[in-house]
Design a protein around this ligand. Structure first.
Ligand code: XMP
Length: 511
């Protein structure tokens, strides 16, 4: 089994994933875990480097997240970031951390000065700018530690860095993982290099690892892989199909909420990539199961049920022994199946209890990593750069009223029409994801010379690389006008609404 060299303990900090992402940009894979699972994890693995994330918590909170003491007994290289540093200090000296004063909260840009030489700051200037976001501070370092960096805040000095005399345990009060910290990623790089980690994130190595892991898990069995048409499942099918051959049953479920031409396009790409892909038409069954659901979570749950039942049927018919899912780290995190993050949405393919073992070869990867693998495999650009589309498809894009076949047709018509305009106007490639939805609130308009009472199409173009956060992509006015003119030609649409809200606070999808 492949060993993960770097363990990130997530105490519930918005930047934990940024640590993971920065490390993979530096060439290292890492594994994010919640604090309660650390002991169990350490029994089976022996990470070279452990990073303790920040948190909104204080070490003085009741039930404050913590770590097993073994981590600080000299067997591991440990880097505590913000709360992580306070926790190290507190566990070794309970009087060393002081509660933050509301007025003195360290938040924003801070100028840090190196105090004693530290291998962590190798390659940095004596003074450098960092990003801080903390309440409590370490007021004195524990015995056996030295101060490595300080900052001036008001009239007092804040300990910004510390390290053990053994050169194995480090703490920084600021966030080295965010781009606002001007260290060019030296701090994380110095730490993992010191811990003896070697570069292990390379697309071809990951492909080989996924193939051997899957072969080992499946043995002589037969695996089922649902291909949605997105980059994740198609890349996975392309990785596994040459190894598993006819022991891989790859299929696309037509659930009736796909985009126009999607099923045909996916089959065409699969054929070129040498993947034997079957189409399972389950559109009536899905529509019936979603029924009158309007509430987003209810709809997602019903979709998930239909999805699971459709697969269970195939499992029996095709004598399948293993289920393979192209689920990414982001999906697991936002469905609260990884680390400490809270539940945002029920993802259609996460947390299903299949009757057979389930394998998730991409569970530690992010979208941009899968795209890099797709390019390495020479997959068509239309797939490698395909914009994400949610598994439950257009079912999530009919808002406030029950889904009908007619409404699904309207959304996919609008999606296709708007996509074509944006492509012709050279805007499409710059958008990371285009969400087109139908808002079920009927509003008054004028069609011909008569009063109309009909729906609105909502257009949400976003930019993002990991979809954990997004920014708006602003469409030029002239193109917005073209879109509005085209979409309102439909008899059921009399308005177009534009949604330029970032994530957070809004999620990418409306539901
Ligand atoms: P949100 O709306 O949570 O979406 O910001 C983040 C990304 O995930 C996609 N998404 C899904 N993908 N199954 C999927 O395969 C789902 O249930 C699902 N829900 C959201 C969304 O389109 C965006 O790219």
């Amino acid at each position: 089994m492949k060993k993960t060299q770097i363990l990130i303990v997530d105490f519930g900090c918005q930047y934990t994933l940024v640590i993971r992402r920065t490390l993979s940009e530096l060439g290292y894979q890492s594994y994010v875990i919640s604090p309660e699972k650390v002991s169990e994890y350490l029994e089976e693995h022996s990470p070279k480097a452990v990073i303790l994330s920040g948190s909104n918590a204080s070490v003085y909170d009741e039930n404050a997240p913590t770590i097993p003491r073994d981590l600080l007994e000299g067997n591991y290289f440990v880097l505590g970031i913000c709360y992580g540093m306070q926790l190290i200090s507190y566990l070794l000296d309970t009087l060393s951390v002081i509660r933050g004063d509301e007025k003195q909260k360290g938040y924003g840009g801070v100028q840090v000065k190196q105090y004693t030489r530290s291998v962590l700051f190798e390659g940095l200037t004596h003074e450098f700018r960092v990003w801080a976001s903390h309440g409590d501070v370490v007021a004195r370092v524990p015995a056996g530690f030295t101060i490595t960096a300080l900052s001036e805040q008001g009239t007092s000095q804040v300990i910004e860095g510390m390290q053990s005399e053994t050169n194995k345990i480090f703490g920084v009060q600021f966030h080295p993982e965010v781009i606002q910290t001007e260290d060019n990623n030296h701090i994380l790089k110095n730490f993992v290099e010191l811990a003896g980690c070697h570069i292990d994130w390379k697309p071809d190595q990951t492909i080989e690892f996924i193939q051997s892991e899957a072969l080992e898990a499946i043995g002589e069995g037969k695996a089922l892989l649902g291909v949605s048409g997105g980059v994740d499942s198609m890349t996975l099918a392309r990785i596994l199909s040459p190894k598993l051959k006819n022991r891989l049953f790859a299929c696309i479920i037509d659930h009736g909420g796909m985009r126009k031409h999607e099923v045909a396009d996916v089959c065409e790409v699969a054929k070129i990539a040498g993947i034997d892909l079957r189409v399972i038409d389950a559109s009536d069954y899905f529509l019936e199961t979603i029924g009158d659901a309007v509430d987003p979570e209810e709809k997602r749950k019903r979709f998930q049920k239909a999805y699971a039942k459709t697969f269970e049927k195939i499992i029996v018919e095709e004598k399948i022994t293993h289920m393979i899912q192209g689920t990414l780290a982001t999906d697991l995190i936002e469905s609260a199946h990884a680390g400490k993050s809270s539940h945002i949405k029920t993802h259609h393919n996460v947390g299903l209890a299949f009757s057979i073992p389930e394998i998730m070869p991409f569970r530690n990867l992010f979208k941009y990593e899968v795209r890099a693998i797709a390019h390495t495999l020479g997959l068509d650009k239309a797939i490698a750069e395909r914009k994400p589309f949610p598994g439950p498809g257009e079912y999530l894009r009919i808002l406030g009223i029950p889904v009908t076949k007619k409404l699904l047709e309207v959304v996919s018509w609008a999606d296709d029409a708007i996509t074509e305009i944006l492509k012709t106007e050279n805007c499409y490639d710059d958008i990371s994801q285009l969400v087109i939805a139908l808002n079920g609130v009927e509003t008054v308009g004028i069609k011909g010379s008569a009063r109309s009472l009909s729906y609105a199409i909502v257009v949400r173009p976003v930019k993002s690389s990991d979809y954990m956060t997004t920014k708006a992509f602003y469409i030029p006015e002239s193109v917005m006008e073209l879109v509005t003119n085209e979409v309102t030609k439909h008899e059921l649409i009399n308005r177009v609404w534009w949604d330029y809200t970032p994530k957070p606070p809004a999620t990418t999808e409306f539901q």
